[in-house]
Write a protein that binds this ligand. Structure first.
Ligand SMILES: Cc1cc2nc3c(=O)[nH]c(=O)nc-3n(C[C@H](O)[C@H](O)[C@H](O)COP(=O)(O)O)c2cc1C
Length: 213
């Protein structure tokens, strides 16, 4: 069993990365071979509309762009479990994650028939979002948007689960930043008391995906 995590945050060692590391640990403990991919280490763009994937006779579900993302798309389709992680930036997934979703979406559809499924394998997917707002803000403002952003994962024929990690600790020293909107003491409490629960939830979610529950 192969599980990969795709980090759509530019910051290694911070919230999204740590959530994914915990999820990968859950997958490894469930028996998966695991790999972390940091999107911000890679050189790529969104779809360039080359239409090589739409040529008659082209290998299905294959992106022919020669950059760092095409092999990642291959890995996603070959994996048993994929764990996507993204911070919320201005109510959206990050631009690097968006470019990946754009490329993935295009290779999974055909202009012959939008409803036709091109991918016949099965990949269970977990989506992890990290953000400043509280849980209620997430549910009110972002939850539907996030589900929509990752809707293409339904085309991978597996289970899709998600988890929101809210009210994250954003800087290591709030006093150095223009951040009067945030109460550092509250943020520190969240980091100490809630974040470990988020890590555990990510671990458990990945285990469920590996076991197909
Ligand atoms: C450019 C930018 C835009 C952001 N926009 C939002 C937002 O719209 N809503 C929100 O709740 N948090 C927002 N945040 C906060 C991050 O989503 C949050 O701190 C996240 O946990 C950061 O993930 P990381 O620690 O992996 O970098 C934004 C942060 C940045 C840098």
């Amino acid at each position: 069993m192969k599980a990969i995590a795709i980090n759509g945050s530019p910051r290694k060692g911070w919230n999204t990365d740590l959530i994914l590391q915990s999820a990968l640990k859950g997958a490894a403990d469930a028996g998966a071979e695991v790999e972390m991919i940091h999107l911000y280490d890679l050189n790529y763009t969104g779809c360039k509309s080359c239409f090589a994937c739409k040529l008659k006779g082209a290998e299905p579900c294959k992106c022919f762009l020669k950059d760092d993302l095409s092999p990642v798309l291959d890995k996603i389709l070959a994996a048993d479990v994929v764990l996507f992680g993204t911070p919320i930036y201005f109510g959206e997934i990050t631009s690097q994650m968006h470019a990946l979703i754009e490329r993935l979406s295009f290779i999974l559809m055909t202009y012959d028939d939008y409803s036709k499924k091109l991918f016949h394998g099965k990949v269970n997917c977990g989506c992890f979002y990290t953000m400043n707002v509280w849980q209620e803000g997430y549910e009110k403002m972002y939850e539907q948007r996030m589900k929509q952003s990752f809707a293409v994962l339904q085309r991978l024929n597996g289970i899709v689960m998600d988890y929101a990690c809210c009210d994250t600790y954003q800087f290591s020293d709030y006093s150095r930043y223009q951040s009067a909107r945030f109460n550092e003491e509250h943020k520190r409490q969240m980091r100490e008391n809630q974040f470990p629960k988020d890590l555990e939830a990510a671990y458990q979610l990945a285990q469920k995906l590996c076991k197909g529950e």
